[in-house]
Design a protein around this ligand. Structure first.
Ligand SMILES: Nc1ncnc2c1ncn2[C@@H]1O[C@H](COP(=O)(O)OP(=O)(O)O)[C@@H](O)[C@H]1O
Ligand SMILES: [Mg+2]
Length: 241
């Protein structure tokens, strides 16, 4: 049995007086891909932002590798080894591909020397060869799929142990979704644990070892991907019947 790397218990999250998550329990074992599927507005982004520290108004507990990270600010959480790829990518479109990648090492500049960063860029290019070809191009001129690759690559710069991915398939053609999901599988194969949130339930379930269904800010169902793929309710609501 693999150790639980991220343990979310009784998590409640709020926007002012509005509660967006209700007593959410989610466990992510080390080395696995865990996915959270849910419709628009279910609370998926809120969940990831709560883990990465972008949402501070919350109760419950989030423990990463035995450390209680619930009260920590986002910069401290990044340095614990958690990196989030935000919904909608949020690239610097007027900067080049390589500059965007280098910005992923931002939190490390104070502690690391430039040759280490150079080595890390090299490793990232080995994982994403298409980005090396486009290294000098302005990121705003990339295709949607390439921009998503770049957003993932930028997060991967900080050598995360846990990668949080917010709807990487959003707005991307089905053929390219396949490529992106195979990159996620490769990152996981190289030792990165992944927590993935997706509306594209089938694609997410296909690459996960465990999954949760989030509805109106609550965990409605959980199980092995093949159990969920066979679940009549999941089929009906999330897999198009
Ligand atoms: N900044 C915000 N202020 C108020 N309510 C918000 C804010 N962001 C999200 N919400 C609400 O929280 C709920 C969950 O949103 P979100 O986590 O973005 O869902 P998902 O990512 O699953 O689409 C929704 O009802 C949404 O309207
Ligand atoms: Mg979202």
């Amino acid at each position: 049995m693999k150790e639980i790397m991220l343990r979310i218990e009784k998590l409640n999250a709020f926007y002012g007086g509005i509660q967006a998550l209700h007593d959410v329990d989610i466990h992510v074992p080390q080395g696995k891909v865990v996915s959270i599927i849910g419709a628009n507005g279910a609370g998926k982004s809120t969940l990831l932002k709560s883990v990465s520290g972008l949402i501070r108004k919350k109760t419950g507990s989030i423990v990463f590798k035995k450390e209680n990270i619930t009260p920590l600010p986002a910069n401290r959480i990044v340095s614990c080894g958690i990196s989030q790829v935000p919904e909608g990518r949020q690239l610097f479109s007027h900067l080049t591909v390589e500059d965007n990648i280098r910005l992923g090492a931002y939190w490390y500049y104070s502690r690391r020397n430039h040759s280490e960063i150079k080595d890390r860029v090299k490793t990232v290019y080995e994982m994403f060869p298409i980005l090396e070809k486009r290294s000098g191009q302005l990121s705003g001129t990339l295709s949607g799929g390439e921009q998503q690759m770049l957003a993932i690559a930028r997060s991967f710069m900080s050598k995360p142990e846990l990668l949080l991915l917010d709807e990487p398939s959003m707005g991307i053609a089905p053929l390219i979704v396949k490529e992106i999901f195979s990159v996620i599988t490769r990152l996981n194969g190289s030792g990165t644990t992944v927590l993935l949130v997706e509306q594209n339930a089938r694609a997410a379930l296909n690459i996960s070892q465990y999954a949760y269904v989030l509805e109106s800010g609550k965990v409605a169902l959980e199980g092995l991907p093949k159990e969920l793929l066979d679940n009549p309710r999941v089929k009906d609501v999330y897999l198009g019947g």
